[in-house]
Write a protein of this length. Sequence first.
Length: 181
Amino acid sequence: MRHLLSVSVAVALVACGGGTLTVSEYAAEAESLVATMRQDFASLDRQWESEEPSLEGAQRYWQGRLTVRRDFLGGVEALNPPEAIEAQHAAAVDVFNRITAADEALAVAVQGYDTISSHWQWVETPEGRAADALLEEVYAFCRASQAEYDATQDRSAFKDMPWIPSEMSEVVSVAFGCPPP
């Protein structure tokens, strides 16, 4: 259960800018965004665990956590994905909207606490269990997305064949860092 707060998820298919991106470019942007989000969550968790549990500290932790979630979600929602991965992108927007809402509900529950006696006391609350269940969906989405990109490795034999359309020969190499099942 503790992984809800100490391991952050995330896979989203994210790209910046205006023109049409290749799937590889889009996936590379996603990989970068996921890495940044994971680092931000790890930093928040380390800071929170290094201090004595307190209401003020918990509120600061949740403000930071929600900022990371919302920034990540905003980046995902603002995208115009390549046609080949529109469905995957829509699934990313959905799952990250839901995990963000779950974290928002958990943050509201923490705001109602009179005291904080341990760093992760909210994990076993109804809101904590709901967020944990959604986090498992995020992990499953991450693993499925990683598998789809990994499957493009099989196309490497066709990469230099001019008669094969580029979208059918594109090899995508990313490492999202999905937790194992």
